[in-house]
Design a protein around this ligand. Structure first.
Ligand SMILES: Nc1ncnc2c1ncn2[C@@H]1O[C@H](COP(=O)(O)OP(=O)(O)O)[C@@H](O)[C@H]1O
Ligand SMILES: [Mg+2]
Length: 508
């Protein structure tokens, strides 16, 4: 333990960062950034994707080194050698990307690097280790996961909670939370908010990074805005004002045309996809739905209403127990291979695990789906043509990367999402199924995606947007279908009068 409770004085300076610089090739990720963190403070970091939030936090947490600049922690020079070193000395970070290992148990993850404490004569007592893991989990309010569970069998949210437990177990003075809440449900968020509150009350400190402006204003005491690696402004709680914060994030006034500006529902007569009687036992019960060319069809509901499964059925990734999905020319979509051959595209909700090969380059990720666009007879791949194709996609979506060979892992969340879009749009998908396409991306990237959707609609493509966010469903859809317990409960047409309140009634 770094300090005892009595030694923690509210307002005392805990951590300073001065003139920090970091570049990656031509990209300046941080440009002379200064930061100060006081005891009892929950500091929010906000900024568009690629503004440098993860870079600065990962340098503070010992994951990488700055090019220039100094840091102090508890009045001394701060030069962590690794994340583990930082954590041992009092600064822990919950990383944006999954930080757990899939092939082992929950308790092995929590006690990674300190399993020795459970061993005697070289034998590890799994029982003790599992019990200790259970008690760490219960102490932060996680009830339904136990130490001896295999990580692999857990969902995204549970894995994230394990990661939180792992860091909290080390009792750090400074906790950095990098975009963790997007991966969590309401219940998981509560676990994290409770920890944040405890850290504030104990006069430790938290750096909290989120895309959700409402959330960050609620959780944080002060807010620092980063833009293109520059520190733009720090807001005190009394100065929190969504418009002012947004404006400083994007450096220009936010216009009202964030979503589509027209309110007339429109689509072509042609039915591009017909879903008939689709049933997936336990998830979907006899879904009938038609999608038209030139239509943005929104599908909304609570997260377990079946809409995510429906998206997978539409793309052939889940085979229904009953019913069918048939496209324009009569082809039945029975598998992903059929879907891809027939110009269907699918952006998954869990984009890291399903849509991207994280360890491969931007080029390889974009190229893999679009091969027929640049290969001759689907066989001969000409390097020059492939590069040109990839660069076109990077350019048209303005993916922020140093070059096409950068690994996707190192991109910010929104830029990863653009690569996913690039994959599908580039190959000329006629029907795009988007499952929570704007989840975890900031306003700038969102706006670019909405514009792209409108462009595709105008080109006569069909867009199916599955979303848990009502404002974007209302803002973008020609037609909005609401689901509950595996059934469609209501259909709304685009209208300026459509309200959240009216829709929510059909969801719960
Ligand atoms: N390892 C890396 N290699 C190359 N570029 C990187 C790397 N890490 C971050 N970047 C780039 O630095 C910029 C800042 O990224 P990041 O700190 O992840 O942004 P944020 O977390 O605010 O979304 C981005 O343009 C990103 O692509
Ligand atoms: Mg980030």
């Amino acid at each position: 333990m770094v300090s005892s409770a009595a030694e923690r004085k509210k307002g005392e300076i805990l951590l300073t960062v001065s003139k920090m610089k970091k570049t990656f090739g031509p990209v300046t990720a941080l440009n002379d950034v200064d930061l100060e963190l006081k005891r009892g403070d929950v500091l929010g970091l906000i900024g568009e994707n690629g503004s440098g939030k993860s870079t600065i936090s990962s340098i503070i947490a010992g994951m990488q080194k700055a090019d220039h600049g100094d840091m102090t922690f508890l009045g001394k020079k701060w030069e962590p050698q690794s994340m583990l070193d930082a954590l041992e000395k009092g600064i822990g970070m919950i990383v944006q990307e999954s930080g757990t290992i899939a092939g082992v148990t929950v308790s092995e993850n929590i006690f990674l690097g300190e399993i020795d404490q459970f061993s005697k004569f070289g034998l590890v007592s799994r029982k003790k280790m599992n019990e200790a893991a259970d008690s760490v989990l219960r102490s932060i309010g996680v009830e339904n996961v136990s130490g001896n569970t295999m990580m692999m069998s857990l969902d995204f949210q549970a894995r994230k909670l394990i990661e939180i437990a792992k860091v909290i177990n080390k009792d750090p003075e400074v906790l950095i939370v990098d975009e963790t809440t997007t991966a969590l449900s309401q219940e998981g968020r509560k676990v994290l908010y409770n920890i944040v509150d405890r850290y504030r009350n104990e006069n430790r400190a938290v750096v909290f990074i989120s895309h959700d402006l409402d959330e960050i204003m609620e959780v944080c005491d002060t807010l620092t805005v980063l833009r293109d690696g520059n520190m733009i402004r720090t807001f005190e709680k009394s100065e929190f004002d969504p418009d002012a914060i947004r404006t400083s994030m994007i450096g220009r006034e936010m216009q009202g045309d964030y979503y589509r500006s027209d309110f007339t529902p429109s689509w072509d007569e042609a039915v591009s996809m017909k879903v008939s009687g689709v049933t997936v036992n336990g998830h979907l019960h006899g879904i009938d739905l038609e999608v038209h060319s030139g239509e943005i069809l929104g599908i909304g509901g609570l997260s377990h209403c079946g809409m995510h499964t429906l998206g997978k059925v539409m793309f052939g990734a889940v085979t229904p127990d009953k019913g069918s999905v048939v496209i324009k020319d009569g082809t039945e979509v029975r598998s992903e291979v059929v879907a891809m051959k027939n110009k269907l595209g699918y952006v998954s909700k869990d984009r890291d695990n399903e849509s991207l090969i994280l360890t491969a380059s931007v080029k390889d990720n974009i190229a893999v789906a679009g091969m027929e666009q640049y290969a001759i007879n689907n066989f001969l791949i000409l390097d020059g043509r492939e590069k040109k194709y990839v660069d076109e996609q990077i350019g048209s979506l303005s993916v922020k990367c140093s070059n096409r060979n950068q690994t996707v892992q190192t991109l910010s969340g929104g830029n990863k999402q653009k690569v996913v879009f690039g994959k599908w749009v580039g190959r000329g998908s006629e029907i795009l199924i988007l499952d929570c396409p704007t989840r975890g991306v900031d306003i700038g990237v969102k706006q670019a995606m909405y514009q792209l959707m409108v462009r595709l609609k105008r080109e006569g493509k069909s867009i199916i947007m599955i979303s848990e966010e009502l404002p974007e469903l209302i803002g973008m859809s020609d037609r909005l279908v609401i689901m509950k317990d595996g059934r469609i409960t209501k259909e709304f047409l685009r209208s300026p009068d459509l309200s959240d309140a009216e829709i929510i009634g059909y969801m719960i």
